[in-house]
Design a protein around this ligand. Structure first.
Ligand code: FPP
Ligand code: MG
Length: 295
């Protein structure tokens, strides 16, 4: 991972603008899940750290833009760039990181460059769907999972697929692994928004629903509620809700096992991911660590 960080530092330095370096240094690195995945799939390839750096820059850019869109004041436990330096700066920094990443993609074979580039179109589509779906209470599980796939899983899928191509491994299997890992990861993130506290999350708890996002536990809960309770839940959608209402939602979720049902799907997807790369112990470890995050 040290080589990935060195590559990231080199790329930022090449941008040759002190303001970008200053702002970038303010960002916390995060878990670097995508970079770790690339290094585990193509450990010996000399260009794997560069590919990992590119994917992390794209991911970083997408989060900068996402925080502007979501009007989020914190990211990874620290104030977001839009909070400290304003939305215009956050958008422009995102543009710089994202275009620098794309410039570096020319160092790779066409099929690798294409799969990474195409995934960015997908994640941008997913983000648009996410924003649009937040206008109303979404009851449709499939629609929600399709959006999650685009928004979160495609870049992880592309990272796994591209690094497998780099390493001469079976790209399709690794792509399936990446897709299911990405979906499972996001579902666990959705669960943690409900079950974890604000300090652990580095952002306000139960915030998804306030932002209008009907994540899986809310979709599953709504299915079980009678007409009156369903109307009550929908009435709280996309609003700042008080402590009583939060406790009511949590109690109903407990009663109807909405979080457990969501977790079951995360585990099922994670098992599908394991099956795709069943001989690769290190990749299985990544999944197991991720599933444990939710305890
Ligand atoms: C986080 O979702 C957002 C994403 C994973 C993708 C965002 C994508 C874009 C803004 C498209 C633009 C892309 C580029 C490369 C400039 P979330 O809000 O559910 O998660 P959070 O709780 O971490 O904010
Ligand atoms: Mg967000």
């Amino acid at each position: 991972m040290q080589r990935v960080e060195s590559e990231i530092t080199r790329l930022i330095k090449e941008i040759d603008y002190d303001e970008v370096t200053r702002l970038f240094n303010m960002l916390s690195g995060g878990k670097r899940l995508r970079a770790k995945l690339i290094l585990k799939i193509a450990p010996k390839h000399e260009k794997a750290p560069l590919l990992a750096a590119i994917v992390e820059l794209i991911h970083g850019a997408s989060l900068l833009h996402d925080d502007v869109i979501d009007e989020a004041l914190t990211r990874r436990g620290v104030p977001s760039v839009n909070a400290t330096d304003g939305s215009k700066t956050a958008v422009m920094l995102g543009d710089i990181l994202y275009s620098k990443a794309f410039t570096e993609l020319v160092e790779f074979d066409r099929d690798i460059a294409k799969v990474i580039a195409a995934s960015v179109t997908s994640l941008s589509k997913g983000e648009m769907q996410d924003v649009k779906m937040a206008d109303e209470f979404n009851e449709d599980e499939e629609k929600y999972l399709d959006m999650l796939y685009l928004k979160t899983a495609t870049l992880i899928e592309a990272a796994a697929y591209a690094s497998a191509l780099l390493a001469g491994k079976n790209a399709s299997s690794y792509g399936v692994y990446g897709r299911n890992l990405g979906l499972s990861f996001q579902i666990i993130d959705d669960i943690l928004d409900i079950t974890a506290d604000a300090v652990t999350l580095g952002k306000p708890a139960m915030n998804d629903f306030v932002e209008g996002k009907c994540t899986l536990p809310y979709i599953y809960l709504n299915r079980e509620l009678n007409a009156e309770d369903s109307a009550r839940l929908k009435n709280s959608h996309a609003k700042h809700i008080d402590e009583d209402e939060t406790l009511w939602i949590k109690a109903k979720m407990k009663e109807h096992k909405s979080v457990e049902k969501s977790f079951e799907l995360a585990v099922k997807l994670s098992n599908e991911a394991m099956l795709a790369v069943k001989d690769d112990k290190e990749l299985i470890d990544i999944l197991q660590t991720m599933i444990k995050r939710s305890y």
